[in-house]
Write a protein that binds this ligand. Structure first.
Ligand code: ZN
Ligand code: ZN
Length: 391
């Protein structure tokens, strides 16, 4: 099969599916309509879709000739914001919009599913589809991994994609190593002892303790992490008190840590704990440190992603697949898959023609629909080439 030709032939259907999804966005794990749509399409293409995790869907194709198993993944959730794209198929829901392009990922993976089903008898292995919920919450991939998506049959490798409107349309980009940062979100509650603003001697002031703590945490980057290594620790929220003459009983700090290297991530988390405990002890307070979410860095397996990139160059052209990309300081919860199996993650350039290229999550964002052909090829061509080479 000429994959690129076939991907172009089904482009109208991929676009139609995408526009329906775009018009009917849903959030997080609350994806009833989206999941029904995906299940309906998969059934139409001859699949037996299975629910997996909290509002995830999976299905497999191939396996008639033995071989290994590769997983291809799309996310399905939207964002809580009001769409201002001006598109005729804009969201019909208030304050819910596909401003990260996950609708395009779902449509591209459905397109890939259709093509893979057409060539099922010749597939040199098994392809497992992963339609995941709640990427934006960083809980969707985890729920499917915990529900066993990587077993029965065992997954040997994986491919993920993400469209981005600020990169040239139709091109694929990758990094042969860490590509998206880890992200650990935490809340520290400092417990002091409240009282009258005129009598600090009988209180433990959590605002003073918290102020020392925020300052002390800056030394992790300045004095402890190897110069040149990436580590960002941000306190984005400091809440305490309600009046000028009351020393409050507690204070709340919320922050995030981003790194690319697992060892640096461990160091920062350890020192956050140590410095928090030490600082509050110094000032006679107590603290509770809780992680609200923990996502590892998404790291491509260099050999796997390079192999996939070379295979995709043969389908799309040498100049259409590039490793000229700086790793992103944002996070991707495909990291829960790439931590378990050798993976290749590709960004699909989606800059729209005749419209500004906007950052992800912008309410006015648009994506170039012609780019979907490259995404379908990344899934189908990547999976086929990998199964063929590893049969
Ligand atoms: Zn996003
Ligand atoms: Zn996204």
């Amino acid at each position: 099969m000429d994959i690129r030709k076939r991907a172009m032939e089904i482009q109208d259907e991929v676009v139609a599916n995408r526009r329906w999804l775009h018009q009917h966005p849903e959030l997080g794990h609350n994806l009833d309509g989206t999941v029904s749509f995906v299940r309906e399409k998969l059934t139409e293409y001859g699949y037996t879709p299975v629910d997996c995790g909290d509002h995830g869907v999976t299905a497999t194709v191939g396996g008639k000739n033995g071989g290994k198993c590769i997983l291809i993944r799309a996310d399905m959730d939207a964002l809580p914001l009001k769409e201002e794209s001006g598109l005729p198929f804009a969201s019909e829901r208030d304050n819910v919009a596909h401003a990260c392009g996950h609708d395009t990922h779902t449509a591209m993976l459905l397109g890939a599913a259709k093509l893979l089903r057409e060539m099922e008898d010749e597939l040199p292995g098994t392809v497992k589809l992963m339609f995941q919920p709640a990427e934006e919450l960083m809980t969707g991939a985890r729920s499917m991994v915990e529900a066993g998506i990587l077993e029965n049959p065992h997954v040997d490798a994986a491919i993920g994609t993400h469209i981005m409107a600020m990169l040239p349309a139709r091109k694929l980009f990758y990094v042969p190593g860490p590509m998206f940062a880890s992200c650990d979100m935490f809340t520290i509650t400092i417990k002091g002892h409240g009282g009258h603003g005129s009598q600090p001697q009988v209180t433990v002031d959590p605002i003073v303790v918290g102020s020392h703590l925020v300052t002390a945490l800056q030394t992790i980057n300045a004095r402890e992490v190897t110069p040149g290594a990436v580590a960002v620790l941000t306190i984005g929220c400091f809440q305490a008190g309600a009046a000028s003459n009351i020393i409050p009983a507690s204070a709340k700090l919320m922050g995030s840590i981003r790194t690319f290297d697992p060892a640096v991530r461990e160091l920062v988390k350890q020192r956050l704990k140590d410095i928090t405990e030490g600082t509050v002890k110094t000032f006679r307070a107590e603290a509770e440190l809780v992680y609200d979410s923990e996502t590892a860095a998404l790291a491509n397996d260099p050999a796997t992603v390079t192999f996939l990139a070379e295979a995709l160059k043969k389908i799309l052209g040498d100049d259409m697949v590039s490793d000229d990309l700086t790793p992103f300081s944002g996070s991707e919860d495909f990291a829960f898959v790439s931590a378990e199996v050798p993976s290749g993650f590709f960004v699909v350039g989606g800059a729209p023609e005749g419209y500004p290229a906007l950052p992800q999550h912008n309410p006015k964002i648009r994506f170039e629909e012609d780019a979907f052909v490259s995404g379908v090829c990344a899934y189908v061509g990547g999976a086929l080439a990998w199964l063929e080479a590893n049969r």
